[in-house]
Design a protein around this ligand. Structure first.
Ligand SMILES: NC(=O)c1ccc[n+]([C@@H]2O[C@H](COP(=O)([O-])OP(=O)(O)OC[C@H]3O[C@@H](n4cnc5c(N)ncnc54)[C@H](O)[C@@H]3O)[C@@H](O)[C@H]2O)c1
Ligand SMILES: O=C(O)[C@H](O)COP(=O)(O)O
Length: 526
């Protein structure tokens, strides 16, 4: 039974599939203290949050079974992603479900800002009738500058076009072609800042976007510009915004998000030009239902080891590709494990080569699995989420390459290992109907099933060598299930690859290595 802990308010309708699942126990506890949260997380298999719960490194360390953190929404800045990745926990979000609601909210803020609607309301309910004080501006023919033309930025642009605004956008990934299709003018950051009557930000909060709009940016803007932030607090420098409003540079600002939430009695709220909402962008019935449905589905897929799509700390893999790669997963993991057990010395570099039909596919997920197989030999808690992170942390270089040459096989996976003592390479394939096979070890062609207990013996091709190995194994009560011999030339270096029925002892390995014709013996368990 999987324990799914939900610590922020979520739509009940949206999580119906979790509540109905017979293999899931849902525990919903909001407004937990830090201590309560640390206790609750200990035996949770999945955690679902919105933007309120702070998923810190400390919280993640207390999670003993956690496999997945689900964010019912877009922004994951309340989750310590590196800490989750290092612990092998998948982080998924629900990026599409609240796009329309947030774009509509931003548009509502845009009109409210242009026409002083909140200020007018406040004054009339105070008993005033002051029509002159709240004269606004039209949106018609004004320039809206959008910083970040992603999902929300794009939906907002469409709505602004319908109000006959000129829309200008800066986004590092915006192509001329896409800009044309959406009906916006692609421009540089400086140009958008200098030419817009309204500027709205729709980027994530990252190192690059923190204080994207600062004092210098304000100084380059048109006098009387109006500013909106319905993305993340911190993209706009709040102190600089305060100064820019006071100096008259900025005519007004609409904020849904703040550098610290809740913002409390913020100095910006003392300025009549500022209108604000308490992070309501995604707060509609529809958006909340959508994100809860999306994240619940992803959580169930991950807990049940089924294909999933919205991982934040893994490249997203279309379900169709996952299905195609699935048959190669065991081969990939075993090749990773085999290669590291066969090599001697400290690992410095892993080179993974995909050939034949695999060269045509996106094989990054298989590389992660190979890496997991390799690193599992050294580290206890490694999975395909944490493997690349842990390799990098340890200075292990990982290279993936592709070639069309597959030497008569439909495809091959080669795993090359470089250590401080030398190099080793193993190649494997998936044989139709026969399962996984190792077909080459260094330069020696073989045909070995990568499973169970194996002995890899490097020896000199001399008469009697095979017999003597058999005798020693027999003397130690170890039965040989299969044996393969590979050599490059008569009398030269050769290898024996044996499947044995049980794990072999150190004494047995020493007896084998004591034979004159034996160069090295390695026991491999897969
Ligand atoms: N107020 C709310 O309740 C609410 C609701 C949903 C989303 N959000 C926030 O809105 C933001 C946008 O969400 P989205 O779903 O559109 O995300 P998205 O990923 O679809 O779009 C973000 C865009 O920002 C662009 N970008 C990144 N760095 C940039 C930079 N330095 N300059 C310009 N552009 C840059 C990206 O290329 C991308 O196109 C996020 O911060 C999200 O957390 C807020
Ligand atoms: O990033 C998001 O999805 C929004 O900021 C919504 O946050 P919320 O789920 O806390 O409303």
């Amino acid at each position: 039974m999987f324990r799914v802990l939900i610590t922020d308010p979520l739509s009940k309708l949206g999580i119906e599939q979790l509540l109905d699942a017979t293999d899931v126990k849902v525990v919903q506890k909001t407004d937990l203290s830090k201590e309560e949260l640390l206790t609750e997380i200990a035996d949770a298999d999945a955690l679902i949050v919105r933007s309120q719960t702070q998923v810190t490194a400390e919280l993640i360390q207390h999670a003993k079974k956690l496999k997945v953190i689900g964010r019912a929404g877009v922004g994951v800045d309340n989750i310590d992603i590196p800490a989750a990745t290092a612990q092998g926990i998948i982080v998924v979000n629900a990026p599409d479900g609240n796009t329309i609601s947030t774009a509509e909210h931003t548009f509502a803020m845009l009109i409210s800002l242009a026409r002083n609607i909140p200020q007018g309301y406040r004054s009339i309910v105070r008993g005033e009738w002051n029509r002159k004080a709240y004269v606004g501006v039209e949106l018609n023919n004004k320039t809206l500058g959008i910083l970040g033309l992603g999902r929300i930025g794009t939906e907002l642009a469409k709505r602004a076009r319908a109000f006959h605004m000129n829309v200008m956008a800066f986004d590092p990934y915006l192509t001329e072609d896409r800009a044309k299709k959406i009906g916006v003018q692609k421009a540089s950051l400086d140009h958008v800042i200098a030419a817009s009557d309204f500027i709205t930000v729709h980027t994530p909060l990252t190192k690059e976007t923190r204080h994207l709009i600062d004092a210098k940016a304000f100084s380059q803007m048109k006098n009387g510009v109006r500013i909106l932030n319905c993305a993340r607090g911190g993209i706009i420098d709040e102190n600089a915004l305060f100064d820019a409003i006071q100096s008259g540079k900025v005519a007004g600002a609409a904020l849904d998000v703040f550098e610290t939430e809740p913002p409390g009695e913020h100095p910006l709220f003392t300025l009549p030009q500022v209108i604000a909402t308490p992070h309501l962008g995604a707060s509609t019935r529809e958006a909340q239902e959508n994100v809860a449905i999306d994240v619940s589905q992803e959580i169930l897929h991950i807990l049940r080891d089924e294909p999933f799509k919205n991982a934040v700390n893994l490249p997203s893999i279309p379900a169709e590709l996952q299905e195609k790669l699935r048959p190669y997963q065991i081969l990939a993991e075993r090749l990773g494990s085999f290669s590291i057990q066969s090599a001697e010395g400290a690992l410095e570099e892993i080179t993974i080569t995909f050939s034949g039909e695999l060269a045509e596919m996106d094989t990054a997920p298989l590389s992660r699995i190979i890496l997991k197989g390799t690193l599992s030999h050294y580290l206890s808690d490694v999975n395909y989420v944490s493997a690349p992170y842990l390799a990098k942390e340890r200075g292990i270089k990982v290279t993936e390459q592709k070639t069309s040459q597959s030497h008569g096989f439909t495809h091959l996976i080669h795993v090359g290992i470089r250590t401080d003592q030398g190099e080793f390479i193993v190649s494997g394939t998936l044989l139709n109907g026969l399962g996984t096979r190792i077909v080459k070890i260094d330069q020696y062609p073989v045909d070995v099933q990568p499973e169970g207990h194996l002995l890899l013996i490097h020896h000199y091709d001399r008469p009697g060598a095979i017999g003597r190995v058999g005798t020693i194994l027999g003397d130690h009560g170890v039965n040989i299930a299969t044996m393969q011999v590979g050599r490059k030339n008569i009398g030269g270096r050769a290898i024996m690859m044996l499947h044995v029925d049980k794990q072999v002892s150190e004494t047995l390995l020493e007896s084998l290595e004591a034979l004159d014709e034996i160069h090295r013996v390695t026991a491999i368990d897969l």
